[in-house]
Design a binder for this molecule. Structure first.
Ligand code: 5GP
Length: 202
Protein backbone atom coordinates (compact mmCIF):
# COMPACT_ATOMS: atom_id res chain seq x y z
CA UNK A 1 0.00 0.00 0.00
CA UNK A 2 1.02 3.58 -0.58
CA UNK A 3 1.66 5.69 2.49
CA UNK A 4 0.12 9.11 2.11
CA UNK A 5 0.63 10.40 -1.39
CA UNK A 6 -2.35 10.07 -3.65
CA UNK A 7 -1.73 11.68 -6.98
CA UNK A 8 -4.07 12.61 -9.77
CA UNK A 9 -5.20 10.32 -12.55
CA UNK A 10 -5.24 11.49 -16.17
CA UNK A 11 -7.25 9.31 -18.49
CA UNK A 12 -6.95 9.71 -22.26
CA UNK A 13 -9.46 7.62 -24.14
CA UNK A 14 -10.52 7.52 -27.77
CA UNK A 15 -11.22 5.23 -30.65
CA UNK A 16 -8.06 3.43 -31.76
CA UNK A 17 -6.19 5.63 -34.25
CA UNK A 18 -7.30 8.95 -32.75
CA UNK A 19 -3.80 9.93 -31.81
CA UNK A 20 -4.20 9.62 -28.07
CA UNK A 21 -0.96 7.70 -27.69
CA UNK A 22 0.95 10.58 -29.31
CA UNK A 23 -0.72 13.00 -26.92
CA UNK A 24 0.04 10.84 -23.90
CA UNK A 25 3.71 10.52 -24.93
CA UNK A 26 3.95 14.27 -25.33
CA UNK A 27 2.54 14.86 -21.85
CA UNK A 28 4.90 12.32 -20.34
CA UNK A 29 7.81 14.27 -21.79
CA UNK A 30 6.78 17.42 -19.88
CA UNK A 31 8.78 17.04 -16.68
CA UNK A 32 6.81 19.67 -14.77
CA UNK A 33 3.77 17.39 -14.82
CA UNK A 34 5.52 14.57 -12.95
CA UNK A 35 3.52 11.93 -14.81
CA UNK A 36 4.12 8.23 -15.09
CA UNK A 37 2.50 5.95 -17.65
CA UNK A 38 0.14 3.27 -16.39
CA UNK A 39 1.34 0.12 -18.11
CA UNK A 40 -1.67 -2.01 -18.91
CA UNK A 41 -1.78 -5.77 -19.03
CA UNK A 42 -2.98 -7.28 -22.30
CA UNK A 43 -3.45 -10.69 -23.82
CA UNK A 44 -2.82 -9.46 -27.36
CA UNK A 45 0.43 -10.17 -29.19
CA UNK A 46 3.17 -7.53 -28.99
CA UNK A 47 3.72 -5.38 -32.11
CA UNK A 48 7.22 -5.34 -33.59
CA UNK A 49 8.20 -2.11 -31.80
CA UNK A 50 6.73 -2.95 -28.41
CA UNK A 51 8.52 -4.00 -25.24
CA UNK A 52 7.12 -6.10 -22.44
CA UNK A 53 6.96 -4.10 -19.23
CA UNK A 54 7.25 -0.85 -21.13
CA UNK A 55 4.31 -0.59 -23.52
CA UNK A 56 2.28 -3.35 -21.90
CA UNK A 57 2.64 -6.34 -19.67
CA UNK A 58 2.03 -9.02 -22.26
CA UNK A 59 0.41 -11.99 -20.59
CA UNK A 60 -1.52 -15.04 -21.74
CA UNK A 61 -5.32 -15.10 -21.80
CA UNK A 62 -5.17 -17.70 -19.05
CA UNK A 63 -3.05 -15.50 -16.85
CA UNK A 64 -5.32 -12.55 -17.60
CA UNK A 65 -8.41 -14.49 -16.57
CA UNK A 66 -6.69 -15.57 -13.37
CA UNK A 67 -5.99 -11.98 -12.51
CA UNK A 68 -9.66 -11.10 -13.13
CA UNK A 69 -10.65 -13.87 -10.76
CA UNK A 70 -8.22 -12.64 -8.12
CA UNK A 71 -9.62 -9.08 -8.45
CA UNK A 72 -6.22 -7.69 -9.40
CA UNK A 73 -7.64 -5.18 -11.89
CA UNK A 74 -8.85 -1.67 -11.29
CA UNK A 75 -10.67 -2.07 -14.59
CA UNK A 76 -10.46 -4.48 -17.49
CA UNK A 77 -12.16 -4.93 -20.85
CA UNK A 78 -12.29 -7.43 -23.66
CA UNK A 79 -11.65 -4.50 -25.99
CA UNK A 80 -11.69 -6.73 -29.08
CA UNK A 81 -12.78 -10.35 -29.20
CA UNK A 82 -10.20 -12.45 -27.34
CA UNK A 83 -8.03 -9.38 -26.71
CA UNK A 84 -8.17 -8.46 -23.06
CA UNK A 85 -6.76 -5.22 -21.67
CA UNK A 86 -6.72 -4.05 -18.09
CA UNK A 87 -5.19 -1.76 -15.51
CA UNK A 88 -3.68 -3.59 -12.56
CA UNK A 89 -4.37 -2.03 -9.17
CA UNK A 90 -0.65 -2.37 -8.47
CA UNK A 91 0.11 0.07 -11.32
CA UNK A 92 -1.56 2.98 -9.58
CA UNK A 93 0.07 2.00 -6.28
CA UNK A 94 3.48 1.73 -7.98
CA UNK A 95 3.20 5.20 -9.49
CA UNK A 96 1.77 6.95 -6.44
CA UNK A 97 4.52 5.35 -4.32
CA UNK A 98 6.98 7.29 -6.52
CA UNK A 99 5.11 10.50 -5.72
CA UNK A 100 3.89 10.79 -9.31
CA UNK A 101 0.59 11.27 -11.11
CA UNK A 102 -0.77 8.51 -13.31
CA UNK A 103 -1.57 8.86 -17.00
CA UNK A 104 -3.63 6.24 -18.81
CA UNK A 105 -4.00 5.42 -22.49
CA UNK A 106 -7.03 3.17 -22.28
CA UNK A 107 -10.29 2.50 -24.07
CA UNK A 108 -13.43 4.53 -23.55
CA UNK A 109 -15.23 2.12 -21.23
CA UNK A 110 -12.13 1.55 -19.10
CA UNK A 111 -11.49 5.28 -18.93
CA UNK A 112 -14.95 5.97 -17.58
CA UNK A 113 -14.54 3.19 -15.07
CA UNK A 114 -11.37 4.77 -13.67
CA UNK A 115 -13.26 8.06 -13.37
CA UNK A 116 -16.05 6.25 -11.52
CA UNK A 117 -13.58 4.72 -9.06
CA UNK A 118 -11.66 7.95 -8.39
CA UNK A 119 -14.14 10.71 -9.30
CA UNK A 120 -12.35 13.63 -7.65
CA UNK A 121 -8.81 12.73 -8.56
CA UNK A 122 -9.42 11.86 -12.20
CA UNK A 123 -9.46 14.05 -15.26
CA UNK A 124 -11.03 11.99 -18.04
CA UNK A 125 -10.29 13.29 -21.53
CA UNK A 126 -11.81 12.05 -24.77
CA UNK A 127 -9.66 12.53 -27.86
CA UNK A 128 -11.78 13.11 -30.93
CA UNK A 129 -10.41 12.46 -34.42
CA UNK A 130 -11.84 14.47 -37.35
CA UNK A 131 -13.92 11.59 -38.74
CA UNK A 132 -14.02 7.87 -39.43
CA UNK A 133 -12.10 8.17 -42.71
CA UNK A 134 -9.21 9.86 -41.00
CA UNK A 135 -9.29 7.14 -38.37
CA UNK A 136 -9.03 4.46 -41.05
CA UNK A 137 -6.22 6.34 -42.76
CA UNK A 138 -4.24 6.57 -39.51
CA UNK A 139 -4.77 2.91 -38.68
CA UNK A 140 -3.58 1.86 -42.15
CA UNK A 141 -0.59 4.15 -41.92
CA UNK A 142 0.43 2.43 -38.71
CA UNK A 143 0.70 -0.68 -40.86
CA UNK A 144 0.78 -3.11 -37.99
CA UNK A 145 -2.63 -4.69 -38.27
CA UNK A 146 -4.43 -6.93 -40.66
CA UNK A 147 -7.48 -5.69 -42.58
CA UNK A 148 -9.73 -7.61 -40.19
CA UNK A 149 -8.17 -6.01 -37.15
CA UNK A 150 -8.47 -2.55 -38.62
CA UNK A 151 -12.11 -3.29 -39.45
CA UNK A 152 -12.75 -4.39 -35.86
CA UNK A 153 -11.25 -1.15 -34.57
CA UNK A 154 -13.28 0.97 -36.97
CA UNK A 155 -16.49 -0.94 -36.19
CA UNK A 156 -16.13 -0.01 -32.55
CA UNK A 157 -15.65 3.69 -33.17
CA UNK A 158 -19.32 4.82 -33.32
CA UNK A 159 -20.09 3.36 -29.88
CA UNK A 160 -16.95 5.01 -28.56
CA UNK A 161 -17.89 8.37 -30.07
CA UNK A 162 -21.27 8.13 -28.35
CA UNK A 163 -19.55 8.05 -24.95
CA UNK A 164 -17.63 11.28 -25.48
CA UNK A 165 -20.13 13.46 -23.56
CA UNK A 166 -19.52 11.39 -20.41
CA UNK A 167 -15.91 12.59 -20.26
CA UNK A 168 -14.78 15.69 -18.34
CA UNK A 169 -13.18 17.19 -21.42
CA UNK A 170 -12.99 16.59 -25.15
CA UNK A 171 -9.89 17.39 -27.18
CA UNK A 172 -10.27 17.61 -30.94
CA UNK A 173 -7.28 16.05 -32.64
CA UNK A 174 -7.65 17.69 -36.04
CA UNK A 175 -4.34 19.47 -35.92
CA UNK A 176 -1.76 17.68 -33.77
CA UNK A 177 0.04 20.83 -32.58
CA UNK A 178 -3.22 22.33 -31.35
CA UNK A 179 -4.26 19.07 -29.69
CA UNK A 180 -0.93 18.80 -27.87
CA UNK A 181 -1.25 22.35 -26.57
CA UNK A 182 -4.85 21.76 -25.49
CA UNK A 183 -3.78 18.64 -23.64
CA UNK A 184 -0.99 20.52 -21.87
CA UNK A 185 -3.43 23.25 -20.85
CA UNK A 186 -5.83 20.72 -19.36
CA UNK A 187 -3.14 19.02 -17.32
CA UNK A 188 -1.73 22.38 -16.18
CA UNK A 189 -5.16 23.43 -15.05
CA UNK A 190 -6.04 20.17 -13.27
CA UNK A 191 -2.72 20.20 -11.41
CA UNK A 192 -3.27 23.84 -10.52
CA UNK A 193 0.01 24.80 -12.18
CA UNK A 194 -1.60 27.66 -14.02
CA UNK A 195 -5.10 28.87 -14.67
CA UNK A 196 -6.24 28.42 -18.20
CA UNK A 197 -6.32 31.39 -20.47
CA UNK A 198 -8.30 30.02 -23.37
CA UNK A 199 -11.43 32.10 -23.74
CA UNK A 200 -10.41 33.76 -26.97
CA UNK A 201 -9.68 30.49 -28.83
CA UNK A 202 -13.38 29.69 -29.38
P1 5GP B 1 -3.83 -1.33 -28.86
O1 5GP B 1 -4.06 -2.78 -29.14
O2 5GP B 1 -3.96 -0.47 -30.09
O3 5GP B 1 -2.57 -1.07 -28.09
O4 5GP B 1 -5.01 -0.86 -27.88
C1 5GP B 1 -6.32 -1.11 -28.22
C2 5GP B 1 -7.23 -0.31 -27.31
O5 5GP B 1 -7.17 -0.82 -25.97
C3 5GP B 1 -6.83 1.15 -27.23
O6 5GP B 1 -8.02 1.93 -27.26
C4 5GP B 1 -6.16 1.22 -25.90
O7 5GP B 1 -6.20 2.52 -25.37
C5 5GP B 1 -6.99 0.26 -25.09
N1 5GP B 1 -6.35 -0.14 -23.84
C6 5GP B 1 -5.03 -0.23 -23.58
N2 5GP B 1 -4.83 -0.58 -22.31
C7 5GP B 1 -6.04 -0.67 -21.73
C8 5GP B 1 -6.48 -0.98 -20.40
O8 5GP B 1 -5.72 -1.20 -19.48
N3 5GP B 1 -7.80 -0.99 -20.19
C9 5GP B 1 -8.69 -0.72 -21.17
N4 5GP B 1 -9.98 -0.74 -20.82
N5 5GP B 1 -8.32 -0.44 -22.41
C10 5GP B 1 -7.01 -0.41 -22.70
Amino acid sequence: MTKDFQGKLFVFSAPSGSGKTTIVRHLLAQERFNLEFSISATSREPRSNEEDGEDYYFISTKEFKNKIKNEEFLEWEEVYIDNFYGTLKTEVERIWAQGKHVIFDIDVVGGLRVKEKFPEQTLAVFVKPPDINELIRRLKKRGEESKEKIAARVAKAPIEFSKAPEFDKIIKNYDLEVALQDAEDLVDEFLGLKSVKKEESK
